[in-house]
Design a protein around this ligand. Structure first.
Ligand code: THU
Length: 133
């Protein structure tokens, strides 16, 4: 468990709980994600697969959809876990998705400890690049 004052274990427990609701009949690999929002809400998501494998929704997709459905805001702390509750890394696409909604300062509990998004997705392309164009 990371060593700062934030309740990372509580957030991981919420991710593990929602992993139990995953719809993953094809891979058999459940994923749950949980994040704190800057207004104090916690948003969660689980993976939802599809017979057309390529349109699978990662857990992070559900989490971000829930973020906006609940009124938007910025993600400040994030973790995702597998069905055993072990911390896993967000896939490449979902790192981009998380960057969009938390920016470089979003804290991510990774397999190598808590790290800012700036390290998880270095030199990210993002909304600022479009604004500069
Ligand atoms: N998966 C996620 O939900 N998030 C990730 O960041 C990694 C992968 C899901 C997609 C698929 O349903 C299963 O894990 C196996 O790839």
């Amino acid at each position: 468990m990371p060593g700062d004052e934030f309740d990372w274990e509580g957030l991981r427990a919420q991710a593990h709980a929602i992993a139990g609701r995953a719809y993953a009949p094809y891979s058999g690999y459940r994923v749950g994600a949980a994040a704190l929002v800057d207004d104090g809400r916690v948003v969660v998501g689980c993976n939802v697969e599809n017979a057309a494998y390529g349109v699978t929704l990662c857990a992070e997709c559900g989490l971000v959809s829930s973020l906006h459905a609940g009124g938007a805001g910025r993600l400040t702390h994030f973790v995702c876990v597998n069905g055993d509750g072990a911390v896993i890394m967000p896939c490449g696409r979902c790192r981009q998705l998380l960057f969009e909604h938390g920016g470089p300062d979003l804290l991510v509990w990774t397999v190598s400890g808590v790290r800012p998004m700036a390290e998880v997705l270095p030199d990210a392309f993002g909304p600022d690049d479009l604004a500069r164009a």
